[in-house]
Design a protein around this ligand. Structure first.
Ligand code: SAT
Ligand code: MN
Length: 648
């Protein structure tokens, strides 16, 4: 039984509430009063607890166990078809002043704000007042203490998530470190440890309201949600997140994008470190040299595949520290150190195969929650691109929407192809299941970063790889990123969009200040990582990929190693940065052969357009908040392009 401080309310509860310190108890009480749950469950994080929860979800029809012998403790979940991805337009940062979140340029009336959206704290409070009261009536409020980063690490941060979704509890258990050990790290003394308050509800309509009940009839009964009224609010100054109406991924697993990127980027700015949308990998060459690399790509652009790739070059070895988020901080010796604040993968399933990511294919057979993939009569899962030899003709496949006899090529009445799995369907697997997880993934002090890679999906213009001239130029490369959009967000329609640092949906504060923060990191005595830009996605006339990618990306890593070792013979200056020489990247043994000239080409006409797009984006969005260091970079690029053009 849990009782409020003034003893006026008591709620039936599971767990040892005496472990909670005063600050956590106050937070809990505030939302118990608002949401009126019928029961509380303080999660201890144990196997036993997880088993019971999965069983409960199975009984209610929310999850199905994979019964095939090839899978151990794996589950399949179908969400409501209206709740399948992040919703960027419903995601807001709330502070007292707009300029804390939106740069000067984007505050101009008539200029569309392309980065973080702002709402005042008061306005958002009012919105939530309209949504939260009694939202958990008749249901359980789970309390999840979680640590982003190894428990007790000086780089880690604590969160407490309240949620009414058992699916979220099971997923948070995979994605973060949860339970009793985490609560015990929270100081009970006079100065309690800071924690991020995370409040989540799927927003199941009030059963007492007939209009709401009517609306809910249109949804999958096992997946309550309130898609029309979704709101994901971040209050960085209050260290609080309130998420209403969606049970999916980044909307509901609040440790991930909400905390580890949006709130953490704010904290990082205050404390002098970075929270970035980056994978972290360990790369070793045949001579035994080890380098750790962090790489930023937008959602669903291959971070997971790169982070655990099997290098095609003999003697090379890759180990994975993380596939999505990096917290980076300079240590006392001036080395940039990174931890992965997460403890699991939430990877895109479609396209994952033995060819594209053999390590992921291996690990998803254990302790994995699949969401919106197809389920088969063999008791296993299926998705597009999983296995070209899969006998679809003789296996009954149930699509993610529940079509019982799904076959490839099925179309809707409007001629739209019906896929077996949703394009943003996911596997959620503990880091420890990855066959190539780096033993240092749990290291409290983090791994030393020697190189940062930016990248995106670009069919043209951006060469396979190039290197920045120096740190400020590298920061500019991050700010200039553009990428073809994917299905990771449900409300994004443009084809190619600016996505600086792959952080567009994840910035927690003013983009101008963010750029200045990056520029300021360069200080005497610090070993600045080299910065590279890659593009695996160049296409030819028939729309075919010009570069094989995946394990063959080891060839690019080899070039990066040479550059890190100071080899100047493999690079040449170009207007956009240091490009590999044509023989700089080992490629003559590739079959089919590749056209290196084309892969490394800097097309002046296209680059003049690119420069124009970058400049108008940065000037438009930033306005007066554009740091002088970035203005300088914009001018220099323009000048270098002009000089090279006039030589032709
Ligand atoms: O749904 S998530 O935000 O967790 C996935 C992604 O967009 O990278
Ligand atoms: Mn991501």
């Amino acid at each position: 039984m849990w009782t409020s401080k003034d003893k006026s309310i008591s709620v039936e509860g599971k767990g040892d509430f005496s472990l909670l310190n005063a600050a956590v108890s106050d937070f809990l009480e505030q939302y118990v009063r608002t949401c009126s749950p019928s029961r509380l469950h303080l999660c201890d994080g144990s196997d036993e607890e997880n088993k019971k929860l999965c069983e409960l979800m199975r009984e209610s029809g929310m999850v199905r166990p994979l019964t095939s012998k090839e899978y151990t403790n794996c589950w399949s979940v179908r969400t409501d078809p209206t709740d399948v991805a992040r919703l960027e337009s419903k995601t807001l940062i709330c502070t007292p002043k707009e300029e804390q979140v939106v740069a000067e340029g984007a505050r101009h009336p008539g200029t569309p704000n392309m980065l973080g959206k702002w709402m005042s704290e008061e306005q958002m409070d009012a919105q939530m007042k309209d949504r939260l009261p009694r939202c958990m009536k008749g249901r359980v409020m789970y309390i999840i203490p979680f640590s982003m980063g190894p428990v007790g690490s000086p780089l880690a941060k604590i969160g407490i998530q309240l949620t009414d979704s058992p699916y979220v509890v099971a997923s948070m258990r995979v994605m973060t470190r949860i339970g009793t050990p985490v609560i015990k790290t929270l100081n009970t003394g006079a100065e309690p440890t800071e924690f991020v308050r995370c409040m989540h509800t799927v927003g199941r309509p009030d059963p007492a309201d007939p209009a709401e009940v009517q609306k809910a009839k249109m949804r999958l009964p096992t997946w309550p949600c309130d898609p029309e009224r979704v709101l994901i609010a971040h209050y960085p100054m209050r260290r609080e997140i309130v998420s209403y109406g969606s049970g999916y991924g980044g909307n509901s697993l609040l440790g991930k994008k909400c905390f580890a990127l949006r709130i953490a980027s704010w904290i990082g700015k205050e404390e002098g470190w970075l929270a970035e949308h980056m994978l972290i990998m360990r790369v070793q060459n045949p001579e035994g040299d080890v380098r750790y690399v962090a790489a930023a790509f937008p959602s669903a652009c291959g971070k997971t595949n790169l982070a655990m790739m099997e290098p095609s070059l003999p003697g090379w070895d890759v180990k994975c520290v993380g596939d999505d988020i990096a917290w980076l901080k300079f240590d006392n010796e001036g080395r940039l150190r990174a931890i992965n604040p997460e403890n699991g993968f939430f990877g895109v399933a479609p396209g994952t195969s033995l060819k594209t990511n053999p390590n992921a294919m291996e690990m998803v057979h254990r302790n994995t929650i699949f969401t919106n993939v197809a389920y088969t009569e063999r008791g296993d899962v299926y998705w597009e691109g999983m296995d070209p030899t899969y006998d679809l003709n003789n296996t009954k496949v149930i699509s993610w929407r529940g079509i019982p006899h799904w076959k490839p090529g099925m179309c809707t009445m409007d001629g739209e192809v019906i896929t077996a799995a949703h394009p943003n369907s996911r596997f959620c697997t503990p880091l420890s299941e990855c066959p190539v997880v780096d033993p240092l993934y749990n290291s409290a002090e983090g791994v030393p970063i020697d190189a940062i890679i930016f990248g995106g999906r670009r069919p043209d213009t951006i060469p396979l790889v190039f290197e920045s001239f120096n740190w400020p130029h590298g920061v500019f490369l991050g700010s200039a990123m553009r990428s073809e959009t994917t299905k990771a967000a449900a409300d994004v329609t443009e084809k190619l969009r600016h996505d600086p640092f792959a952080m567009r949906p994840f910035f927690g504060y003013n983009f101008g200040e963010y750029l200045q923060h990056w520029l300021n990191l360069e200080k005497p005595g610090r070993k600045m990582p080299s910065i590279f830009h890659v593009n695996w996605f160049l296409r030819g006339e028939q729309n075919e990929f010009l570069w094989p990618g995946f394990g063959e990306n080891a060839r690019i890593l080899e070039w990066i190693f040479k550059r890190l070792n100071g080899d100047s013979s493999v690079a040449r200056a170009s207007p956009i940065g240091m490009l590999p020489t044509n023989s700089g990247i080992r490629s003559n043994d590739l079959s089919p052969s590749v056209d290196m000239d084309r892969l490394l080409n800097v097309d002046h006409k296209l680059w003049l357009k690119e420069e124009e797009a970058i400049r108008s984006f940065l000037e438009g969005q930033l306005g007066k908040d554009c740091p002088a260091g970035i203005v300088e970079q914009i001018h220099s690029l323009r000048e270098r392009l002009a000089n090279t053009c006039s030589e032709e």
